[in-house]
Every structure is written in structure tokens, then in C-alpha cells.
Design a protein around this ligand. Sequence first.
Ligand SMILES: Nc1ncnc2c1ncn2[C@@H]1O[C@H](COP(=O)(O)OP(=O)(O)OP(=O)(O)O)[C@@H](O)[C@H]1O
Ligand SMILES: [Mg+2]
Length: 318
Amino acid sequence: MIVTVTPNPVLDRTLTVPRILFDEVTRATEVRLDWGGKGFNVSRALKALGVESTAMGFVGGATGQMLERGLQELGIATEFVHIAGETRSNIIVREAQSARYIKVNEAGPTVQADEVQRFLKQAAGRARQGDIWVLAGSLPPGVPADFYARLIALLRERGAKAFLDTSGEPLRLGCAARPTLVKPNALEAAQVTGREIASQAEAFDAVARLLDLGIEMVALSLGGDGLLLASSEEAVWARPPAVAVRNPTGAGDALLAGIIWALGQGLALEDVARWGVAAGTASAMGEGVSVGTRAEVEALYKGVGIERNRQIGRLVDW
Ligand SMILES: Nc1ncnc2c1ncn2[C@@H]1O[C@H](COP(=O)(O)OP(=O)(O)OP(=O)(O)O)[C@@H](O)[C@H]1O
Ligand SMILES: [Mg+2]
């Protein structure tokens, strides 16, 4: 059983107009709604690989209902905590010819303390031995920075596995609570270790430091440089094939889905890294926050390059 948690969801509303004009009424030629949220992206990418998941998080108001219905229409089960505030929406006005745009992001509702408690209670009642919980994205106003850390502790007590993908303070506190897996990019890893990553040796150093916290598996994603995936026993570096990238936003979420799928197949670390990179790269090649089809991911899988290093402790020996 896989659960994805998106505490801070958003409805992205993209209006395409012929030209962006000020102080005039412009008619949209196209309206597009996207259900935004890192956990939802993981659910969508898992679905493309044939894996079911349940989406959890906080939703509220009419926008929350639309989001819930939208996910269900994609075939993703939802078990949200309904909050008093209205789920935020972002407005994107996009010019058809130039592809230039204006994007306005809402801050989003403040989640109340009793709503946070309701979520934790629901999670405690739902967590089962061996389940994977993906904790992904930022936290909305009102949700304390140690929310993921508390959730990780609660999941561990029940034998469920937490896979963490967030940034800043929630990531730092979350890592200290020892999730089963953490997936930072280079910037996020530096927020935990306090050291920048600008070389291969520094990437290894960051991964070693995260493993030292007691995290079982670290997936350090490095954009076009691929993925450094490590456990305390071994490390592999997987590199994507040369491809035309359209939009890398959300590629990290797809990568996480690829890793989850491959772990579920019981594959070796090297193949887990390969599937992760293939899924991430497929997403980076698509328009918008997209996920690749199973066939696209499989085709890319064959082109992923692998370098191995069993001596993760001895960083310079790469
Ligand atoms: N320019 C690129 N070329 C090829 N593959 C890419 C590129 N950018 C991303 N990818 C693929 O996607 C994976 C994840 O990308 P990245 O490290 O940028 O994630 P991220 O920063 O977490 O992104 P997000 O949070 O927006 O999902 C990479 O490991 C790689 O497989
Ligand atoms: Mg990311």
C-alpha cells in the first residue's frame, strides 16, 4: 500500500490569451486546470507505471472539492482532511504566441491546530506494517515545521516506511527523525548538511552525512547529472541519456515514483537507480508538470548509464 501526503496542494488555473493586455478585457482561448502538489505528482507518476496509491493532505472549500474530484477522475483514491479554509489556486495567464506568462501564487489557507491533529490521528489509524508513505512538498501556513518529523515517528512505530521529499526546516527536522528514504536535490541536501554540492566528491560527502543520521537510503537527485543513490552498503550513480528537456519541474517527483516502483519489484540498487532516472527524465522531456508513459520510461531505462562505488565511506575513491 502506498500513500502520498500533500499538505499544501494547489489548483493551477492556466488561461491562454492571444496577447496580455493591461486595462482591457481579454478573452481566454483555452483554460487548463492542473492539480498541483508534489505528492499528487508522485501518485500520477506511479499510476503511469501501473501502481495504485492513495492521496492524503489538507483540502478545503470549492477548490478543494474540485481538486478531490480531479484526482478521483485520474483514478487516484483520496482521503483528505477537510479544513475550514479554501484551498489556494494559482493563476497563470499565458500569451499564446510568445509563451510568456504572468503567474500569481496564493499564500493559501492557514490550517488550524485541530485540523493538523485530525490528520495525524487519521494517519495513525491508517499506517500498516510495510506500507510506503511519501511525504512531499512544502507545508502550508499553520502546519508546524516538525509535522513531517512527527509523522515519520508515528509511521515508524507502526512499521510503515516514510519517504521524505521536502526542503528547508521541515526537511532538516524530518531527516533527524530518520525516514526510510530521503530524496533531496543538491540545494535541499545543502540545507541539511550546511555544505554546498559542486562536485562529485561533495555529492558523496552529502550522501554520507545523510546516511550518518540513520536514514536507510538516500536519493540525491542532480538534474541533468542524474542520481546518486546510496544505502549504507553501496552507492550507484545513474546518469540520464542525452535528451531534449522541455520542463524539468516535477521531474524529482517522477524520479521518486520510479524508485518506489523498482523497490516494489525487489530490484537491485543499480536497477532501482536506473528506473528512477528513467522516470525523472521522461518527466523532464514532457510539457508542463508531466509524467512519462510506461513505454517512454522503459525506452529511457535502456539508455541510463551506471557507475558503481561500494566504498561510500571513502569518498575520494570514486
Ligand atoms: N536536464 C535534465 N536532463 C535529463 N534528465 C533530467 C534533467 N533534469 C532532471 N532530469 C531527471 O529528473 C531527475 C530529477 O531531477 P531534479 O534533480 O531536477 O529534481 P528536483 O530538483 O527534485 O525537481 P522537482 O522538485 O521540480 O521535481 C534527475 O535525476 C534526472 O533523472
Ligand atoms: Mg524536488
